[in-house]
Design a protein around this ligand. Sequence first.
Ligand SMILES: Cc1cc2nc3c(=O)[nH]c(=O)nc-3n(C[C@H](O)[C@H](O)[C@H](O)COP(=O)(O)OP(=O)(O)OC[C@H]3O[C@@H](n4cnc5c(N)ncnc54)[C@H](O)[C@@H]3O)c2cc1C
Length: 350
Amino acid sequence: MAVYGIDQGRKKMNLSETDKRWDLVVIGGGITGAGVFREAVRIGLKVLLVEQNDFAWGTSSRSSKMVHGGLRYLKEGRFLLTRTSVKERERLLKESPGLIEPLEILVPVYSDHGPGKQALSLGLSIYGLMAHEKQHTYFESREFTAMVPGVREDKLVGGFSFYDAQVDDARLVLRLIHEAVLAGGTALNYTQVKEILRDSKGSVCGVTLSDFETGESVEVQTGTVINATGTWAEKLHPSPKEGLHLRPLRGSHILLAADTLPLTKAISFIHPEDNRPIFATPWEGSILVGTTDMDHGQDLSYEPHISDEEFSYLLEGLNVHFPSLSISGNHCLSTLAGVRPVLSEGKLSP
Ligand SMILES: Cc1cc2nc3c(=O)[nH]c(=O)nc-3n(C[C@H](O)[C@H](O)[C@H](O)COP(=O)(O)OP(=O)(O)OC[C@H]3O[C@@H](n4cnc5c(N)ncnc54)[C@H](O)[C@@H]3O)c2cc1C
């Protein structure tokens, strides 16, 4: 177990050395827990964050690395949500240069499928207005193919470029935790909350912690617990609303070498099988392609991994949109899978 503290820096310690009384215990060291942790420390609370694995081990290191302004919400007519997402994206870009950077995304327009030029132009104009600047450009097919070598030219009308943002998701989690620790918070990794404790009146009064490495177990007291365990949340506490449950949906990516899919900007294309958008994004010298969306249906104690079906689905999408590149499984450098904590009232398929 590692502890981060302002005086001791980073060091290993026994659970028994941990303070026994906290204003707040945050369970889960993903982006939700890290954000809550930083804000709670900032307002002066004595806060303990605990993560059962390493920080950002869960979904928060397995994302598509995008800080969306919420273009997809716009398509669903959710203007306020899109506006909020755009504002948050702009704030994050200002607050964390170097960690959160603008991401240019290309969108091809085809005459045989996917959204047309006018619909995209309208959507991207509204999207830009929300950020108070025009952030998209249209290119004729000749210019577009010059920017995206290998892209399908048959029925290509042209394409747009617009901006969202990209983040190293795990680093963002670590930065928030680090900032909170510098401000006086305590964060423990490889420490699992086994149980949320209640007093005789049923009010929360503490948690039982267990050291993943030594098996040592202690109880700490607190009147407030935030369960930020994402997909695992119902393992610690039942859903507060009858009929509303977490539905773990797996999303997977494949990583290709940059010379297999030579992109210098991200591209979003529509998968022919289900009309979902797929992104291929330059990431750390390679190209991240995803994502899928399917019921996980596996034990959450194990690392999620891509299935053969998802692998074929992503390759199929790539080969429809980049037919001349003949991308096969042999070109895949690595894969990445995470599980979304999606609320569901019983709907069974994504
Ligand atoms: C494939 C995919 C792509 C995505 N792409 C994007 C994207 O581009 N942009 C975006 O904004 N969002 C994206 N998302 C969504 C985003 O990644 C998630 O919403 C977010 O990471 C959830 O964070 P979290 O902190 O709630 O959960 P998690 O990151 O899963 O954190 C929960 C943590 O709780 C810990 N935990 C569980 N039980 C216990 C316990 N008993 N004791 C201690 N610790 C415990 C777990 O180990 C885990 O680390 C994507 C999701 C997926 C799956």
